[in-house]
Design a protein around this ligand. Structure first.
Ligand code: BLA
Length: 231
């Protein structure tokens, strides 16, 4: 599941001159003792992005996860691309969250860099939901147009591929369309990236799941050395 999303990512990385960064073996691929859950991770560096990470968790008919984050260079105030897509075997439901995660919440910044997400939401009404539960603060590193889908897998399959494609392409285009910073200087940008990693490391509900599967030691290393390295 989600292999087509991974294909899209790999082809965009190739188009954008990505350089693969070697990961420690235990992050590249890691299994639970019974091999019922397998996590695979990839890390890339690109001319315009300092870090592009991808995670696939394959729990067979129990759980499937596709997670990816793109961090622009510290010289660019563009939002961080964030994607978290989960399929739960027990309920056969999908949770998909996709956003251009804003560094700041001013109206001008959000309009400049995030508002195009509104067009995707208009085109795909199933993904029109913006209501978040209380895991995260919707006003911190999320845009007012965050794309959220919660529901049956059948309804979303094709749309998810299409949405992801537009979502990714438009994001990568931002780097050609919006070349000059208007709101933040380099130091402020770096501070925001650090804050993003700290905030996310603190809020991400994934840690409970990882501790359960792979233990505390591995999970702590994984968060510090792969997921949120600036935390
Ligand atoms: C929710 N993400 C979740 C949940 C889990 C994960 C278990 C709760 C599910 C539920 O509410 O039913 C799991 N997150 C993971 C896993 C990884 C992970 C396995 O990162 C592996 C790396 N999360 C992100 C990013 C975004 C994000 C980049 O990692 C940004 C788009 C969003 N995940 C996000 C949000 C929710 C969530 C907003 C809560 C949705 C809600 O409040 O309704």
């Amino acid at each position: 599941m989600f292999n087509t999303l991974l294909d899209q990512v790999n082809s965009q990385i190739k188009n954008n001159s990505g350089k693969s960064i070697k990961l420690a073996n235990e992050f590249e691929e890691h299994h639970t003792k019974d091999s019922k859950y397998i996590i695979k991770n990839w890390l890339w560096e690109l001319p315009k992005y300092r870090k592009w990470r991808i995670t696939r968790l394959d729990g067979g008919k129990r759980l499937q996860v596709f997670n990816t984050v793109i961090y622009p260079q510290f010289e660019s105030e563009l939002p961080i691309l964030g994607v978290d897509i989960l399929w739960f075997g027990s309920s056969k439901k999908i949770l998909a969250v996709l956003d251009y995660q804003p560094l700041i919440q001013t109206k001008e910044y959000l309009n400049e860099y995030c508002s195009i997400l509104g067009e995707i939401k208009n085109e795909f009404p199933l993904f029109g939901n913006t209501g978040m539960k209380n895991l995260y603060d919707s006003k911190k590193f999320f845009s007012p147009w965050v794309i959220i889908y919660r529901g049956e897998e059948n309804n979303s399959d094709n749309d998810l591929d299409k949405i992801f494609s537009i979502f990714l392409e438009q994001y990568l285009d931002l780097n050609n369309l919006k070349v000059k910073n208007k709101f933040l200087n380099n130091l402020q940008i770096k501070e925001k990236h650090i804050e993003y990693d700290k905030y996310s490391a603190d809020k991400d509900p994934a840690d409970k799941l990882f501790i359960n599967f792979f233990g505390v030691d591995w999970t702590e290393k994984f968060i510090k050395n792969f997921l949120f390295t600036l935390s």
